[in-house]
Design a protein around this ligand. Structure first.
Ligand SMILES: Nc1ncnc2c1ncn2[C@@H]1O[C@H](COP(=O)(O)OP(=O)(O)OP(=O)(O)O)[C@@H](O)[C@H]1O
Length: 355
């Protein structure tokens, strides 16, 4: 894992004539188009971990499958100085590691043989491939499971084998689609820490699709936000969390974000005052709405309120009881202007030009 890039890269990293072996040449450049589903340009330097986030149907899986060559797409993909699209490179010839939820382990192979598969395909002799596989199982603390078949593994164990299998193939591009999906919280937490450790010493590019803000914040150097098949925002986790540009990210990081004429205005749920009658103040910062849900959130109660948009507000349990803040309750929300952070729509990185 490296530090974040200083700024956006502004062209194919290894166009003819670029310095061989330069960082840009060893990273990822992709500008892909799946008509009606995805148009995205993604760049990353070697060792970078990119979290790909966005709501359901935003195109996250489509992006990964496109980069892998599993889905036909227009455009260009270059990885580690090699074009994967011109001429089209078969999936098996791409230096690629895949950890997809539906990319199950080979059921008839032991954990060891599953992990040895990548090196074997690359022509590594059996014994050497097995030694590599054993070393990877060891690094994941599951060497004692080497002889087991996938059906004899727990979900967390199987996912460790899947990640070890992907890394053992020495991929230049590692694609992880919801690698902790379906695991229980404790197992996911342990695996997240292990994955962070392995990614820290991995020198290829990793893309991680996730629904968890925690993954994006703890594992990624940079976050790509997809929305409706487009890159809506990219930046460091801190930048994206501080200045969300989509409702989805705002929800993930627990902020209210309102777009107004090229400007975003955001405020935390703790800055919102809830009342039953119209408060004083500028109409710009006052909303009338109906409580959709009320749930404990730390020491507070978090309300989701349907106004002209959905807004979140944190109130004390005492206020919740006093104002009767249950679903269906009509309320007024207000926020002081000094609690609103305003930022321009283009501060956190380039948007690809719409085709
Ligand atoms: N096999 C398919 N054929 C046609 N359209 C598809 C297919 N699979 C997905 N889509 C569409 O492509 C768009 C992107 O879907 P995709 O699965 O990439 O989203 P996602 O961000 O990964 O969503 P999720 O978080 O639900 O997995 C959606 O509009 C979806 O309906």
């Amino acid at each position: 894992m490296t530090g974040p890039l200083d700024g956006p890269l502004d062209g194919p990293p290894d166009a003819p004539g670029s310095a061989p072996g330069s960082d840009r040449g060893r990273g990822l450049f992709a500008d892909v188009d799946v008509p009606g589903r995805l148009h995205a340009r993604v760049e990353a330097g070697p060792g970078e971990v990119l979290a790909v986030i966005g709501p359901n149907g935003a195109g996250k899986t489509t992006l990964l499958r496109t980069l892998a060559g599993l889905l036909p797409a227009g455009g260009e993909v270059r990885v580690a100085g090699t074009s994967w699209t011109d001429p089209p490179l078969p999936v098996r010839d791409r230096r690629l590691g895949l950890v997809f939820q539906d990319q199950a382990l080979f059921p008839h192979l032991s954990a060891l043989d599953n992990v040895a598969f990548g090196p074997r395909v690359r022509g590594v002799p059996r014994r050497a491939a097995e030694a590599t596989a054993r070393a990877w199982l060891d690094r994941f603390g599951i060497e004692d499971l080497a002889g087991r078949r996938p059906r004899e593994l727990s979900g967390g164990q199987a996912q460790r084998v899947a990640i070890a299998r992907a890394l053992a193939a020495d991929p230049a591009l590692l694609l992880l689609d919801e690698p902790f999906g379906g695991l229980d919280v404790g197992v996911a937490t342990t695996l997240r820490i292990e994955l962070a450790r392995h990614l820290a010493s991995y020198d290829g590019v990793a893309l991680l699709v996730t629904h968890e803000a925690l993954d994006a914040l703890t594992l990624a150097d940079r976050v790509i936000v997809l929305d409706d098949g487009r890159v809506a925002q990219q930046g460091t986790p801190t930048e994206v969390a501080a200045r969300p540009r989509t409702d989805h990210v705002a929800r993930l990081v627990g902020l209210n974000v309102i777009r107004e004429a090229g400007v975003f205005r955001s405020f935390g749920p703790g800055a919102v005052t809830v009342s039953l009658s119209r408060p004083e103040g500028s109409a710009r910062n006052i909303w009338r709405g109906t409580v959709l849900s009320a749930a404990p959130h730390g020491d507070a109660v978090r309300l989701l309120v349907a106004a002209d948009r959905e807004l979140i507000a944190d109130v004390t349990p005492a206020a919740t009881a006093e104002l009767g803040l249950a679903p269906g309750r009509d309320v007024w929300l207000s926020v002081k202007e000094m609690a609103v952070r305003t930022y321009s729509a283009d501060v956190t990185g380039p948007l690809p030009s719409a085709p």
